[in-house]
Design a protein around this ligand. Sequence first.
Ligand code: MN
Length: 482
Amino acid sequence: MQIVDLRSALEFLRSIPGQLVSTREPVDPVAELAGVYKLVGAGTPLAPPTRIGPAMLFENVKGYDMPVVVGVLASRERTALLMNSRIDRLPFDLLEALNHPCPPVMVASAPCQEVVIRPPFDLRRLIPAPTNTLRDAGPYFNMGLLRAEDPETGESDVTIHRLCVQGPDRLSVYFVPGRHIDQFRIKAEKMGRALPVSISMGLDPAIYLAACFEPPTTPLGFDELTIAGGLRRRPVELADCVSVAAKAIARAEIVLEGEILAGERIREDAQTGTGYAMPEFPGYLGKAQADLPVIRVTAVTHRRNPILQTIVGPAEEHTNLVGIPTEASILRLVENSMPGRLANVYCHSSGGGKYLAILQFRKRQASDEGRQRQAAITAFAAFPELKHVVLVDEDVNIFDTNDVLWAMTTRYQGDASTAFIPGVRCHPLDPSQSPDFSPFLRAEGTSCKTIFDCTVPYDMKERFRRAEFLSVDLARFLPDRS
Ligand code: MN
């Protein structure tokens, strides 16, 4: 079955037991919806109780006649199913797509424009943007894929940015400094011009995954949609917007068309004054940003019976979205510098897919001793926001935290097996990366990057051989469990 959009993805998930649940019970988009999904399937690093579970469709959202789906990518197993891959093959398949890009094509008639709504409208009544917690700045679109073009070169970029609904036709947008669409915005602003954007929501999961690649793998000007096309071996379809000079994902459920206004700023919690934004990926409630760029929405277009797709801030879905592209980026760089040594890599949920990577290293010969640490340094270069690297051998299951901690317990000595790289630029959303926390840090968002080397020294492999059990044909004993 071919997945070409959110609908076909949901239909596919419905055919697999345990991957999609729906409820007709009325749910409040303010805090309740997120509260339910925290228990059903959000996962670490949300505070317990939470777990990895199915995606969930809320058919009856109070005050709206539009359903909301959450958690489409909130399990690695489900992400693998949706990508026609396997848990341990995902980064390799993404890398394959990166190496075989397929550029998007324009289509004349777009499903996302079956219904066109022009001003005046009130976004707050039209679309049930969820508010994740009661202290949030307001309702957010969290799975809005922005697409914009460089006002000088015409190069394009797609990225997910958090969008807080600030009025009938106003959104604030938060860009972490350096993001590509923000660079386009700054250029446009210097020219005194607004930057046209499309915000596509409810998409083929391959598009979201591809959009989460970051530099250096996808430098400024690299169109991440070519990777989505590579993943599906068919081009992503784009359509001209109806109200601005921008292009949107043709098979999106909903598109907000608009422009980032030149010179206009808003405080993120301007509507509520809570002081906070929303739960961020490391698991903490983020502070409201002081002055964010403003998007004026010029039209809303959608499919008939549209579904709003969302994500519950920090959790397994964020981990998969940003972690799997990061894994592919690490594989690519390490493979280039030492072919055949990096067996696999996993960007763990505890770091939201960004802060912690577990590298499975294959020491093939005596001269490979120490190369595992070189691989860790290369991983830091592949993804600058990475903070901790755990190195393990081939006989450790990197997707099983118990097994990784076993390696850290029996193959690791704190003073000898740890390597510190102090004072490196990292990521500001981790509250420990701050001079208040450590006097050795000179600036917010810098960190002591650390390598935890839990690999066995090459010349001691014999002593660390795991107990070997007989290999058996389990199907003989448990025929139903194959
Ligand atoms: Mn980019």
